[in-house]
Design a protein around this ligand. Structure first.
Ligand code: 5AD
Length: 465
């Protein structure tokens, strides 16, 4: 009765939350399995950012409840953003649900499961759904510490929860609540522990990382709390690479730009959501910056770090988006020449201001705008990758590729790499000579240290002359 499968929808924050829940459950004697068929308990960690993500999870739950007919002990839980967003309305739709847990109560899941299983053993009537959707002060501090002893080459670390922005399209302030930061020392402790177990790369996670700690932690030497945190992480022995996601263009100040120059571990890959290239639309979206300001940030980063990589989020088909607005987005997209981008078709989220706006855009128009941006992305991503053929890149090897004999890794610029390697090199930084590139992947061979171009003469030979 104690095999649990967690299925995760949505963002890295959700991945991180699922890892934390898994670690807590393992600590309670549950075992984690990697598919729903071997599980006695299936927990869905859900996403509400777009309707499609919610529909997928609802469909999955409906499908899983069929299994309860032949096995009433089989348990199903929904946790995370959709639980928070839709609340008990979900139980009306899915009456067989055993557990419904919000985004501030992940840490309570082991207790709830223990209780549900104990009640089941009493063979009483099926208890009604256990619901836990409250807010909890300090809950941002509960998503921490990887109890698992397994080594993770790369790890996500949650630095804050919630969001105080009010983007007109976005459900996240409702699902994740107000902004709350974890203390710097706790984050550093967690990363030190990860580093001791062999983690080489950390990605700091928050809805808007550059507003980290701005109410709790004072500015020092003109540096924001977020940059102070980055400096602390830079000093952690064993950590070789630092990434973060996502910053907001508002508040992306000079101290953060300079961090890319000053902190050697901070990877030169910036995911900076633009959402639109039209000033008119940015206003309607309640995004407090202009395309000019966005481009200025991009320029200042390029000046500071010439080989920087850029990635972004764009929404197409926001209510009222005209052809001219979309052309502005295309211009911005081409001007920056993004190396990576996540392009979303606007999805109505009830309860957000944009849901009430007139002039919703048709699915066909959203689709064609989406395709056009994807076309630009293919070009820019391919040309960036092709420009690397013949160069030597530093790659962190993450493991074996799913298929075939090759190993996978990433460059500092977050480009996927495939190369022949060995298990011994997993978790190591190696040098790869790129000999082939596609839009998504660099292929090449390892360069073993000591035999690169600058060091081809064995010392003993030159001495014996
Ligand atoms: N419709 C489509 N995309 C959305 N996003 C947020 N809300 C919506 C929505 N209602 C996108 C934004 C955000 C990313 C995580 O999801 O681009 O940056």
């Amino acid at each position: 009765m104690n095999r649990v499968y967690i299925k995760t929808y949505g963002c890295q924050m959700n991945e991180r939350d699922s890892e934390a829940v898994a670690a807590m459950l393992r600590g309670r004697g549950y075992s984690m399995v990697d598919n729903e068929f071997d599980a006695d308990v299936v927990l869905l960690n859900t996403c509400s950012v777009r309707d499609q993500a919610e529909q997928k999870a609802i469909g999955k739950t409906g499908y899983l409840t069929k299994r309860k007919r032949s096995n009433p002990d089989f348990l199903i839980g929904i946790m995370g953003c959709m639980a928070q967003n839709r609340g008990t309305e979900l139980i009306d739709k899915l009456p067989d649900l055993d557990l419904l847990v919000g985004t501030q109560k992940f840490h309570a899941i082991p207790d709830h499961l223990d209780n549900i299983i104990a009640t089941q053993k009493g063979l009483g009537p099926r208890p009604s759904t256990v619901v836990d959707l409250e807010e909890e002060e300090g809950s941002q501090n509960t998503i921490r510490q990887h109890i698992s002893d397994e080594r993770q080459v790369t790890a996500f670390v949650s630095i804050m929860q919630g969001c105080n922005m009010n983007c007109a399209f976005c459900i996240v302030p409702k699902t994740r609540g107000r902004e709350r930061a974890r203390p710097i020392e706790e984050i550093v402790d967690e990363i030190e522990e990860l580093a001791e177990k062999g983690t080489k790369e950390v990605t700091l996670l928050g809805q808007i990382v550059n507003s980290y700690g701005r109410r709790e932690i004072p500015i020092r030497n003109k540096k924001s709390p977020f940059v102070q945190l980055l400096e602390k992480v830079q000093d952690i022995k064993g950590i070789e690479r630092i990434r973060f996601t996502s910053p907001h263009p508002r508040g992306f100040r000079q101290d953060l730009v300079e961090a890319y120059r000053d902190l050697s571990k901070l990877c030169e890959y910036v995911h900076l959501p633009a959402q639109s290239g039209s000033n008119r639309l940015l206003k309607l979206m309640n995004r407090p910056y202009s395309r000019e300001r966005y481009l200025e940030i991009v320029d200042s980063l390029r000046t500071m770090v010439p080989n920087v990589y850029f990635s972004t989020d764009i929404i197409v088909g926001f209510p009222g988006e005209t052809d001219a607005d979309f052309e502005d987005t295309c211009d911005l997209f081409k001007e920056v020449s993004f190396d990576m981008a996540y392009i979303f078709k606007y999805s109505i989220r009830s309860g957000t201001p944009a849901a009430e706006m007139g002039d919703q855009i048709s699915q066909e128009v959203k689709e064609s705008r989406n395709q056009r941006l994807l076309g630009y992305l293919r070009e820019s991503s391919l040309s960036r990758n092709e420009s690397m053929v013949g160069t030597t890149q530093e790659v962190l090897i993450e493991g074996r590729a799913k298929r075939g004999e090759l190993y996978v890794g990433k460059t500092r610029g977050y480009r996927n790499c495939l190369m022949p390697a060995s298990d011994r090199l997993v978790g190591e930084l190696v040098k790869m000579k790129v000999d082939r590139a596609t839009q998504s992947t660099l292929y090449g061979d390892l360069i073993l240290s000591g035999i690169d171009e600058t060091d081809t003469q064995p010392v003993s030979l030159s001495n014996s002359n």
